[in-house]
Write a protein that binds this ligand. Structure first.
Ligand code: NDP
Ligand code: GDR
Length: 372
């Protein structure tokens, strides 16, 4: 039986024009929020989609279940490969095996607060991991064949230098995560300039959805609003509720990623809603949609919100969730992407909050039903 992993000396490549007639995407971070939406989009567009997943002691493919078909029945256009951005050899093998036409590097330790606790690991995966993936493409001799998308972030802006933030705003990251992503941003620019690679940075502002990880603030809030409404939780504890973010819907943003790789020339683009809202407003709107009207009382670390109807405290500030250095204000300017790519977000702030609260109310209600 032929070994499934080809050795590099056996890698036979057709001419670039021939090679690029195929539509084969490779996604790192496929099990995450964005990975699942991007997979749906690319499959709709007729791509073969390959994803890199980490070995885990429990299932980590929950966001992909609806896309997965049993490979034993018939060949599918969706395939998962074990791998890790910290393992160069493995990345080279995956690239050699898949021979992708587009690579989306979404894999990362993506939690800003956790990056203060796991700074070296975050630097390794989010910074050097990007270099490893770019170099795996070069090692396979595919630098002229492959288009590369890097998940860059508005966390690069960090401390406010100017607003709204655009492609020309200077960077000033405020966390080990932001600093690691700064390395990744520049190595992408460098490989584009040094080796002529088609490589783009999407500088994406916060984007959310019902599939958002539960420890990010939006999802933490919408789950709590649903659980408190259904009597399954009594209080939500949050950190800095005055931080402001520019929030959009993940489904809109993954479309922008794909658009960046369909241009004639590679470039870097901001994707943002162009609006900024405080965390406090996200809390108020979410609870309102869930049917709980809030009234704020106290100030600073003593600040809390009561449910106007029951008079119970349902939101409290807890300094455990403060960060050693905070990004106070993000407000993006997506004009370049709107003009050059024709990208436009579809889901506005209120619709995003509503969709997330509705999904969490439904999930919480079905759990309550199961328990009865
Ligand atoms: P998630 O945290 O939901 O997903 C991160 C993904 O990366 C998961 O699939 C995770 O795998 C994978 N991953 C983590 N560590 C490694 C590793 N060592 N090797 C390979 N894969 C790894 O993030 P999002 O989907 O929200 O974001 C996607 C990307 O976009 C990330 O790079 C993030 O930093 C960036 N970004 C996100 C924004 C947002 O608002 N969502 C905004 C701007 C940038 P596992 O499931 O096994 O943990
Ligand atoms: P962020 O997202 O740090 O912007 O990074 P997160 O939702 O974690 O925080 C947003 C803001 O809310 C404040 N906050 C809290 N945050 C969390 N997680 N938990 C809390 O209890 C809480 N209370 C207040 C935070 O201090 C912060 O100001 C996200 C990630 O997806 C990154 O990977 C991505 O690059 C950026 O968005 C753009």
């Amino acid at each position: 039986m032929a070994h499934p992993i080809p050795s590099l000396t056996q890698l036979q490549l057709p001419p670039v024009e021939e090679y690029r007639k195929r539509k084969v995407a490779l996604i790192s971070g496929i099990t995450g929020q964005d990975g699942s939406y991007l997979t749906e989009l690319l499959m709709e567009k007729g791509y073969d989609v390959h994803g890199i997943i980490r070995r885990s002691s429990s299932f980590n493919t929950g966001r992909l279940h609806h896309l997965y078909e049993d490979q034993h029945e018939r060949p599918t256009k969706f395939k998962l490969h074990y791998g890790d951005l910290s393992d160069s050899t493995n990345l080279v093998y995956i690239i050699a095996q898949v021979k992708p036409t587009e690579v989306y590097n979404l894999g990362a330790q993506s939690h800003v607060k956790v990056s203060f606790e796991m700074a070296e690991y975050t630097g390794d995966v989010d910074g050097l991991g990007t270099l490893r993936l770019l170099d795996a493409i070069r090692t396979c001799g595919l630098e002229n064949h492959v288009r590369f998308y890097q998940a860059s972030t508005s966390e690069l802006y960090g401390k406010v230098v100017e607003t709204p933030q655009s492609e020309t705003t200077p960077f000033y990251p405020r966390s080990p995560y932001g600093v690691a992503k700064l390395y990744a941003y520049w190595i992408v620019v460098n490989y584009r300039e040094a080796y002529g690679m088609y490589a783009c940075n999407g500088i994406l502002f916060n984007h959310e959805s019902p599939r958002r990880g539960r420890t990010f603030v939006t999802r933490k809030i919408t789950r709590a609003a649903a659980d408190i409404k259904l009597g399954k939780q009594s209080c939500l504890y949050l950190g800095n509720i005055d931080a402001r973010r520019d929030w959009g819907h993940a489904r809109d943003y993954v479309e922008g990623m794909w658009m960046m790789l369909q241009q004639e020339k590679p470039d870097d683009f901001v994707l943002a809603s162009g609006e900024t809202h405080p965390v406090r407003e996200f809390v108020e709107k979410s609870f309102n949609y869930a049917g709980i009207q809030l009234k704020w009382e106290g100030s600073g670390e003593e600040e809390h919100a009561i449910d106007v109807q029951t008079k119970k405290v349902v939101v409290r500030v807890d300094s455990r969730y403060f960060r050693p250095a905070e990004v106070e204000l993000l407000h993006g300017n997506p004009a370049k992407a709107e003009k050059a790519l024709g990208w436009k977000r579809r889901v506005d702030f209120d619709s995003l909050v509503k969709e997330m609260v509705d999904a969490d109310l439904k999930a919480a209600a079905s759990l309550v039903e199961d328990q009865n």
